[in-house]
Ligand binder design. Structure first.
Ligand SMILES: [Zn+2]
Length: 331
């Protein structure tokens, strides 16, 4: 969600966050890169979100700093003694949501990330149950409090706000307790938003968590910085988009068959290839060689390109409104 990229890029495979690849910038860095005056905020029941995922103050993130932050209560065992059913997490969520609502009301940060945790704990403890439903209802109240603050600001200050609510995973199909497998329910997530200008990709495509960062950049009318633009996997859910869902097939005739879903009927897609992946290793943008271009509505392009075995290639498809990419590994 933060990097608009999938795990093969950002390298955060689980809660351990052992070795995040900060070359894939979070939305916090993207915003600071193009609009340093913007104010950023984090309210979280889990401190690692700020210190490890955003990487506040780390040299690898160019020492990015949040303007407003509230987190770490889960480390306070005096005021929030840890109980077996993790009710203390729900109490922390209450406080985190309250602080977020207060900050929105008073300071109106340009980007606020709020992380609430208890619904996950309730799932693990109780599975599909009344208690799980109650946890969701309480989270709804917490988010409702923040949304009330947004509505008040819109009315009082004539501001425009957008909210995206989502989750990072579903739950196992049988009990609703665990997660981490590949079943449809575990992989299924949802996005709730008040965004007005939702596009056809939102309605007809298959949106995912990676699409939220591009959507917020679009809402803020900020460009995704050039070096991230050719690396992100997300597509904006609002405003105009050109294409999504890129695929690349290596045919037996050693041609690259490239395709996409077109969300615009006019113009062309410029297709290029990177034969290195320095960005992954060092954050240095890779040289892109043009393979050609095709009318966007054709949805496909065949390139005369002979890949070498064992190499990774990045195919970049650039439309008028957005750019998508796909890695291929030749064997
Ligand atoms: Zn979990």
């Amino acid at each position: 969600m933060l990097t608009a990229a999938w795990v093969n890029k950002h390298n955060v495979w689980g809660n351990g966050i052992e070795n995040p690849n900060y070359n894939y910038h979070t939305i916090f860095r993207m915003i600071k890169d193009v609009a340093p005056e913007k104010k950023l905020a984090v309210f979280s029941t889990w401190q690692d979100n700020r210190t490890k995922l955003i990487g506040e103050g780390k040299s690898e993130t160019r020492n990015i700093l949040l303007d407003y932050k509230f987190d770490g209560l889960e480390l306070d065992t005096v005021n929030f003694p840890h109980d077996k059913e993790s009710k203390y997490i729900q109490k922390i969520d209450d406080r985190v949501a309250l602080e977020a609502a207060k900050c929105v009301t008073k300071y109106a940060p340009d980007l606020t990330w709020v992380y609430l945790q208890y619904t996950d704990d309730a799932g693990h403890h109780f599975g599909d149950s009344k208690k799980f439903d109650e946890a969701v209802l309480q989270a709804d109240k917490q988010i409702g409090m923040i949304y009330e603050a947004i509505l008040k600001r819109q009315k009082k200050h004539h501001e425009e706000w957008v909210i995206f609510v989502t989750t990072d995973h579903g739950r196992d199909a049988i009990t609703g307790k665990g997660h981490g497998g590949q079943t449809a329910r575990e992989r299924g997530t949802w996005i709730v938003t008040n965004a007005k200008d939702l596009n056809n990709y939102f309605y007809a495509g298959n949106p995912g968590i990676v699409d939220i960062t591009p959507s917020i950049m679009q809402f803020l009318a900020l460009p995704i910085p050039a070096q991230s633009r050719v690396e992100v996997d997300g597509v904006s859910l609002i405003g105009k988009v050109s294409l999504a869902n890129p695929y690349v097939l290596l045919s037996s005739s050693k041609k690259l068959q490239i395709g996409w879903d077109a969300y615009d009927s006019e113009g062309v897609v410029k297709i290029s290839i990177a034969q290195t992946n320095n960005f992954l290793l060092t954050g240095t943008p890779d040289a892109l060689e043009k393979l050609g271009e095709a009318p966007i509505k054709s949805g496909k392009f065949v390139a005369d390109f002979l890949p070498q075995a064992g190499k990774v290639y990045k195919i970049v498809l650039e439309g008028k409104y957005n750019t998508v990419n796909k890695w291929i590994i030749s064997n």
